[in-house]
Design a protein around this ligand. Structure first.
Ligand code: GDP
Ligand code: IMO
Ligand code: MG
Length: 434
């Protein structure tokens, strides 16, 4: 069976966790291939009696909530081991079986000094800060590229681990003391902390690329789940206001070891409006009551940091860009229910930059910063749509909204979210090949 990639189309928090969960028992493996505990996925599961259980996942792939799924932390992920065990303990305490988790031996570890460096670097940047989650993501990927990173496999060889920590801290301690004016980090303490995780971690560690290759050869379905999203991708996003990993479909291959020839579908999750956490340009951002309404109705507060998310209208220039960069075959539009109750729903179809119309993402960062949205005004609707399960049950204006967006983004909309719950979805086309 082929591999399927699932990515975010905008700036994150589109509902990737819910979409992964939706595929439930149809997939056998769910692989997180990039990022770390900067991600925050909320999955809401309805009980038979109408109760709702909410799970907030950061480091673990959302597939962990489905008992038949083997969750995998791929080589492209950066792992905070303290957070990993906290999250596993939290799920176990709620009765979720986490025993099948596989962690790549090649995944990098977020060392404690990189959390410190993330925070002090942001402080040092002042007005020019990125607005990171402060989880040590950027410095850990920088170490990886700089070839001074610590990998999961290093925890099983104390001599090697010590050498690597010493090598990393030789330079970093100079920076911490001489530039940032903070205290040096003690090598022994870091080594001791990391070794403390080794025994519990050992049974989970594997050559995950080989595990996945064998699964695919055995006809199993593998879902590669992105953290973050297209515009937060370090290459294709709104650099420098991005995360430090490859969150687009290409990253799914390097971050898991699955070759591109095995990927048959790319599913992108697109929120019916746009949100962003942290700094950086955002052409359709709203600063008025409509923005506040979207934030309140959509509960747009970060799962990871609790920060209010910046909110704005749907931007189909971004949608088209996501289609192009990821090779999207299917879109899932989420949170259509949140748009209920507006007289008119504006959709951004192009930008205007200094009097010039741009139908595609401007090539220069300055142009994107100055981009003014060109809106098409679509009719709103007032009916509660959370109970709709078929496309033609939606009010005509909501149908027209989806169809117009579909036309503008250039790939089919296969499912539509109408509420946070697992079953609050309209399925138009199957997300998996039969
Ligand atoms: P992720 O990071 O892409 O997994 O998304 P988050 O979990 O950070 O944010 C998405 C939020 O929207 C979560 O709280 C979900 O429960 C919620 N959600 C997902 N789909 C829908 C939907 O169709 N309607 C509504 N109202 N909420 C949704
Ligand atoms: P999910 O997977 C939204 C943003 C941060 C910041 C920038 C860099 O839930 O969609 P980092 O800590 O990664 O170095 O921060 O990226 N960011 C996210 N925004 N959703 C996320 O993940 C994010 N992960 C990082 O707010 O602007
Ligand atoms: Mg999120």
């Amino acid at each position: 069976m082929p591999a399927i990639v699932l990515v975010g189309a905008q700036w994150g928090d589109e509902g990737k966790g819910k979409a992964t969960d939706l595929m439930g028992t149809d997939v056998d493996y769910v692989v997180k291939f990039n990022g770390g505990n900067n991600a925050g996925h909320t999955v809401v599961i309805e009980g038979e009696d109408g109760t709702r259980e909410k799970y907030a996942l950061h480091l673990l792939p959302s597939g962990i909530l489905t008992p038949t799924v083997t969750p995998v932390i791929g080589n492209g992920v950066v792992v905070d081991l303290e957070v990993l065990f906290q999250e596993l303990d939290g799920l176990e305490a709620r009765g979720v079986d986490t025993s099948k988790l596989v962690v790549s031996a090649n995944a990098h570890v977020i060392a404690p000094y990189n959390r410190t460096l993330d925070k002090v670097t942001e402080r040092f940047l002042g007005k020019r800060k990125i607005g990171t989650t402060g989880r040590g993501i950027g410095p850990t990927y920088a170490d990886k590229m700089n070839r001074v990173g610590i990998r999961v496999q290093d925890l099983f060889d104390e001599g090697i681990l010590r050498q690597k920590v010493e090598a990393a801290l030789g330079f970093k301690n100079q920076v911490l003391v001489k530039i940032y004016n903070t205290r040096a980090v003690d090598v022994d303490l870091v080594v001791e902390e990391l070794l403390g995780y080794a025994e519990r971690l050992r049974p989970m560690v594997a050559d995950s690329a080989l595990v996945l290759e064998e699964a695919l050869n055995a006809g199993q379905n593998v879902l590669l789940e992105a953290g973050q999203a297209t515009l937060l991708d370090v290459d294709h996003g709104t650099y420098p206001f991005v995360t430090s990993s490859s969150a687009t479909a290409g990253g799914a291959c390097t971050g898991s070891g699955i070759p591109p020839t095995r990927v048959s579908r790319v599913i992108a999750i697109l929120k019916a409006y746009t949100t962003r956490v942290g700094e950086g340009p955002f052409p359709t951002e709203l600063f008025d009551d409509d923005g506040e309404t979207l934030r309140k109705t959509g509960a747009e507060y970060g799962t990871t940091t609790g920060r209010p998310r910046r909110c704005g209208w749907m931007d189909t220039v971004i949608g088209r860009y996501a289609t192009r960069v990821n090779g999207v075959t299917d879109f899932v539009i989420t949170k259509l229910d949140v748009l209920t109750g507006f007289e008119k729903v504006p959709v951004c179809v192009a930008y205007e930059v200094d009097g010039v119309r741009h139908d595609e993402m401007p090539v220069s960062q300055s142009d994107f910063h100055h981009a003014k949205p060109v809106y098409e005004m679509l009719d709103g609707w007032w009916e509660d749509i959370s109970g709709c399960r078929e496309f033609d049950e939606l009010p005509a204006a909501a149908q027209a909204y989806v169809l117009r967006v579909e036309e503008l983004i250039g790939a089919r909309v296969s499912a539509i979210g109408v509420g946070p719950g697992r079953h609050e979805i309209i399925q138009r086309h199957p997300l998996l090949d039969a």
